[in-house]
Design a protein. Structure first.
Length: 273
């Protein structure tokens, strides 16, 4: 998968996506990077530590969160994307489900659209991705961030998500989009047991024949097992990401880059034997 400054080879390698939330209310790091200088310092730190992709979001999608206006989201993310694009050689992803935000972010330097709705909340998202030949991350969500954790139910969580993602991938391919990554959406309309069933059966999603990304970092599927605050969940995060990689994940979306670089290098050595 080719980008301006980097080619990601999903035949062999595992990649790290660094999380940069320009929000006051994200579940783990809300409010830390609202200042442009602080955002740039964080981006630089993650790149220096080994992040392959910087994922920038201007709206929290934690459980029960409220949406923000289009203008507010743009005001938060566009200056950051422009500065990162100007100052660093990296791949930028925009974390949004709004096609207007995605388009402005791409104009500012983003090359990946990371849509929690899997291109289902905004029908124009496919057109924007096609117009700019953007890479697409298709995530599964049940409901919306505001209601997704209100007693989510599935007939068969692993197969239901497989069928949903597979159908969207087919739809995107029919529109000529080929740079597609899938994400089963840990914590987005899933119970604790659902999350672990998905992880245990993650290799099933390899049949869709798209790279698999997982976003497990600091999430409640750790906090509900070990009662600690999000910023103390690094050991659990590394454990779950290690399992995910061994089961086929090729991108891990994380807050802690340096520690996961060690994790990835050790697993890659193990897999190479």
């Amino acid at each position: 998968m080719k980008f301006r400054n980097k080619t990601l080879n999903f035949n062999n390698d595992i990649y790290i996506m660094g999380i940069l939330n320009i929000t006051p209310d994200s579940f783990s790091d809300g409010g830390k990077y609202l200042n442009l200088d602080e955002s740039l310092k964080k981006a630089e730190s993650m790149i220096n530590e080994g992040a392959d992709i910087i994922d920038i979001g201007g709206e929290s999608t934690r459980p029960f969160s409220e949406p923000v206006s289009l203008n507010e989201e743009l005001d938060r993310i566009i200056p950051v994307i422009e500065k990162i694009n100007k100052n660093f050689n990296t791949v930028i992803s925009i974390d949004t489900y709004k096609s207007s935000v995605a388009e402005e972010a791409i104009k500012a330097g983003a090359e990946i659209i990371n849509d929690i709705s899997g291109f289902t909340f905004d029908n124009n998202m496919i057109n924007i991705a096609k117009k700019y030949n953007a890479a697409c991350i298709i995530m599964h969500i049940k409901g919306t961030p505001k209601n997704m954790q209100v007693d989510p139910k599935y007939n068969d969580v692993v197969n239901d998500i497989f069928n949903h993602l597979n159908n969207i991938v087919k739809k995107l391919k029919k529109h000529g989009l080929i740079k597609i990554i899938i994400d089963p959406g840990f914590g987005f309309g899933k119970s604790l047991e659902d999350n672990y069933h998905i992880l245990k059966n993650l290799e099933k999603y390899k049949k869709i024949k798209c790279p698999i990304m997982v976003g497990i970092s600091r999430k409640s599927m750790i906090g509900k097992i070990v009662d600690v605050k999000p910023d103390l969940r690094l050991p659990g995060t590394i454990a779950l990401n290690s399992i995910a990689i061994l089961k086929g994940a090729q991108i891990i979306r994380v807050h802690d880059i340096k520690e996961h670089m060690q994790c990835v290098k050790v697993i890659q050595k193990y897999l190479s034997i």
